[in-house]
Design a protein around this ligand. Sequence first.
Ligand code: NAP
Length: 336
Amino acid sequence: MVLLADVRAHNATLKSLPSGLVAVFVGATSGIGFFTAREFVRNTTSPHVYLIGRNATEAGKIIEELRSINSSSQLTFLQKDVSLLKNVDEACNEIKSREKQINVLFITCGYLTMKGRDETTEGLDRKLAVQYYARMRFIQQLTPLLNAASQANRISRVVAVLDPQAGLRLGGLNYADLDLKHNFSLKNVMLHASAMTSLSIAHLAKTNPKTSYIHAYPSGVETGVTRELFGRFNGVVKTVLGGLAGRWLYVPQEESGERHLFAATAPRYAPKADGETTEVVGSDGIKGSGSYLLNWNGDILTDTKNAQKLREEGGEERVWEHTEEVLRKTSEGGMY
Ligand SMILES: NC(=O)c1ccc[n+]([C@@H]2O[C@H](COP(=O)([O-])OP(=O)(O)OC[C@H]3O[C@@H](n4cnc5c(N)ncnc54)[C@H](OP(=O)(O)O)[C@@H]3O)[C@@H](O)[C@H]2O)c1
């Protein structure tokens, strides 16, 4: 476990980096994205921060709070529903028109639901789109800016917060139906989103060896993630759960933000090109390989037979090939 004192000591060093670090938070109007953006703003000098989500009211309040924490920060809200990849492209085009480099791409968009397959106009299931395809579209679109940051020897990192455990344990992928058009179930969505994220970041770490990639498990954090699940009863459920379990089960919100900022910036999660500088084992079982599966406390999640099998059957390449095909077809204005 990385001690919270060590997390805080590292985060405090970010102020000594050159000013103007750029971070993009996809899913910043609530929860872990917001908590992490708040720590980023607190610990950096003149940062440029992009906050992406749908809820403009919440974004307004968050921007006000962030500005009060650090008046030197440049804060931009981009109101986008990222379940449509064309909206992801609009957000990325806006960012690309303003920035030359990105240091941190921090992605948390997601939600809990009991709904069945809910197809978007682009032919993807909405939940899988938000929790996997949109995230990969952000990474693909913003890779040139992440690479520009790494070429300038500055932080270049992608953090996807979801849950690597499902891909490590829950079984195999259905390669003939990776987007689950024909084999939809909530369990399959969890497994595919998780395993495909882990396999894709392993692939990306090899092709972009100066950027590091993290798939992080946040543990329980009191956020808005149950909003869609419980609808108008969400407030009551949150109060009951918070009261009953909060002390024992939840990572405090501020600590979650601090730990995720550490994940997004600490040298211990080195890119492949600097792999010899770290003792930390990557998601492919190789030390310093540039893609890491993190537990909530900064530890690496142990490799499993399930994950090894996915790699041995060529999962990294097969999943990325499929992902590129989906991204290409939808970016041409078509349906997948
Ligand atoms: N909290 C936990 O205990 C926990 C545990 C394990 C895993 N996770 C995972 O961690 C991730 C972050 O969750 P959280 O707890 O921070 O949840 P949260 O408080 O609900 O935050 C989710 C964020 O995603 C955004 N979002 C959702 N759908 C979107 C869409 N279609 N377009 C644009 N933005 C969208 C939301 O913004 P808008 O509503 O403004 O669009 C919100 O800012 C999720 O993937 C969740 O499954 C959370």
